[in-house]
Design a protein. Structure first.
Length: 132
């Protein structure tokens, strides 16, 4: 029963404040938005717009996160916006300080497919990550 837990736990907002979730550059907040974005883009949801929304929130936390930019690039590529996807992936690559492994399903679940789709749409182009 929830009444049994009231004496043992604190309100969620208090807990989140205590762990630093609401701090401007909170790593926990960034991780949460990245997790939500990656989850939204995977089955059964396949909700790329929601994923983009979470990634845009993540940018507010850390505009220098290569993971955020790489996943934004994925969504742009899959939406057919190759120019924006290429710019975003170049930024991710620069922040990562090297090529991004497009086959890393944990970090960038559909980057491989985004790169393959964009290559089919526009021909081969240099992006900073290579499909395997």
């Amino acid at each position: 029963r929830s009444s049994d837990l009231e004496g043992e736990c604190c309100p969620v907002a208090t807990f989140l404040a205590n762990v630093g979730y609401f701090q401007p550059k909170s790593p926990l907040r960034l991780h949460s938005f990245l997790w939500l974005a990656r989850t939204a883009m995977k089955p059964p949801f396949l909700d790329f717009e929601r994923s983009r929304d979470y990634l845009l929130e993540a940018i507010k936390v850390d505009e220098n996160s290569w993971e955020v930019w790489a996943n934004l690039a994925t969504i742009s590529y899959l939406a057919g916006d190759i120019s924006t996807g290429t710019e975003q992936l170049q930024r991710a690559t620069a922040l990562h300080k090297g090529p991004i492994d497009a086959s890393d399903r944990r970090t960038t679940p559909y980057l491989q497919e985004g790169l393959e789709y964009s290559a089919r749409q526009a021909g081969s182009h240099e992006t900073g990550a290579k499909p395997r």
